[in-house]
Ligand binder design. Structure first.
Ligand code: SF4
Length: 428
């Protein structure tokens, strides 16, 4: 929560017609620890050790409350309150927890120490801990650290920090050998579909960051082009660019049109002929368009208001307006990275209000005044809004569900149709 409460309507940099309301007030967003829930499913031999408090443990347990049946791949080392003189003990305790964990779980190949925001954790230097422990357990186990603290990160930024921590580990690509890297956690089924499409186009064999196995680190260098599969990876993108890679600007692969444009960016970068592009994409594009159109009756003309949460808000608003005829009123995002988001913003309908950051009370007032048909927001706001009679969609569901690519486009549309369907059934 920030102490500064101000809001201002400013024209955004490089934006021709869309002003951006920037707010720096109280916000209602999950912290970056939440990303562990999808990251641990993706990197199958990694373990996420949260160095945190009981609050962090409770958050993770309730957000991921499904893990009781499996051998979990995340846990919380609870650091109790202590003064600076007790720091040596805290480091010893952390070392002991890591030692016990790695002895019991030889399958772990990559261990993340994940920082949090309690003051007793902030006093610990987790990068030094990771170095110290890395010397002890490497090369069999690599140990990295990043922060998921609620002071520094919102919701999806935890993934950005995690992937950014991996970038220095990536091997150098062979000079002169073109490469294509897809960056951002994708469900395995989506990764496989996108890989097949890219292979069909004949671009260089795509690599993925993160990959399913911790050892599969994609090479990076000046001949590497990368496509973001998720919009919240600004720091990871910056670090890849520092290593010489070039980001391909594109909308995100949400919906039939978003997926086609995303693939087109790769095709154009590697000189794929228009004939081949159509050959590969026309049929899946048509199938996706037809499948999405089944939800048009339920959604066309309905208005939608996005509270800032996952940073997926702008691509979602583009998909819903372009392919389903919904009317975005205000589209809030925690951070607006113009370089990454401009291709999406250009596709939003005129009259869409963009906002960055949050002052939750003011935004709630704007939302009530706008009387949207559907609100996309975090869990904390959904129940009160539902109680006021406003239909809501939990933004967390949009991050946990595979929604990218052609085959998932209809599922994505259905996620937005469902709240209306539920209401209709409740009213009957
Ligand atoms: S990191 Fe901070 S905001 Fe997140 S659960 Fe722990 S205490 Fe709460």
């Amino acid at each position: 929560m920030s102490a500064v409460r101000q809001s201002s309507a400013l024209p955004s940099a490089g934006c021709d017609d869309l002003p951006v309301l920037r707010e720096r007030g109280q916000r209602e967003v999950f912290c970056g620890l939440t990303g562990i829930i999808w990251l641990h499913r993706k990197i199958q031999d990694a373990f996420f050790l949260i160095v945190g408090s009981r609050t962090c443990a409770h958050l993770m347990q309730s957000a991921a409350g499904v893990m009781i049946f499996a051998e979990p791949r995340f846990a919380t080392a609870i650091i109790e309150d202590r003064d600076l003189a007790g720091l040596a003990d805290a480091n010893d305790e952390l070392d002991k927890v890591v030692d016990r964990l790695l002895k019991r779980r030889p399958d772990i190949k990559l261990l993340f120490l994940v920082g949090s925001c309690p003051s007793e954790v902030i006093k610990l230097d987790l990068s030094r801990s990771a170095e110290r422990l890395g010397r002890q357990y490497g090369p069999h186990v690599r140990i990295l650290n990043y922060s998921g603290s609620g002071i520094e990160t919102t919701f999806t930024q935890g993934e950005d920090n995690c992937l950014a921590a991996m970038v220095p580990e990536l091997p150098a690509a062979t000079p002169g050998e073109p490469g294509l890297m897809v960056v951002g956690t994708l469900a395995d089924v989506v990764e496989d579909q996108l890989r097949r499409l890219l292979q069909g186009l004949g671009v260089p064999e795509p690599t993925f960051l993160p990959a399913r196995n911790a050892a599969d680190l994609p090479p990076v260098g000046p001949d590497t082009r990368f496509l973001l599969a998720q919009p919240y990876l600004a720091e990871t993108a910056r670090l890849l660019e520092e290593r010489g890679a070039q980001r391909l600007a594109a909308p995100f692969p949400l919906g039939a049109e978003g997926t086609t444009r995303w693939l087109k960016a790769a095709a154009d970068a590697f000189g794929v002929s228009p004939e081949r592009f159509h050959e590969v994409t026309d049929r899946p594009h048509q199938r996706a368009t037809e499948a999405v159109s089944r939800y048009r009756d339920a959604l066309e003309g309905r208005s939608i208001f996005f509270f800032p949460d996952s940073q997926l808000e702008i691509p979602l608003a583009r998909f819903l307006s372009e392919e389903l005829g919904m009317r975005p009123l205000e589209v809030g995002t925690p951070y607006l990275h113009r370089g990454i988001m401009d291709p999406e913003i250009a596709l939003l309908p005129a009259g869409t209000d963009l906002s960055e950051g949050q002052d939750v009370d003011r935004q709630l007032d704007r939302c009530r005044a706008a009387t949207p048909d559907l609100v996309v927001c975090g869990l904390g706001l959904a129940n009160p809004l539902e109680a006021e009679g406003i239909a809501t969609k939990w933004s967390i569901e949009l991050v946990f569900t595979p929604v990218q690519g052609y085959e998932q486009a209809a599922d994505l549309a259905n996620l937005f149709a469902r709240p209306f369907d539920r209401r209709t059934r409740l009213e009957v």
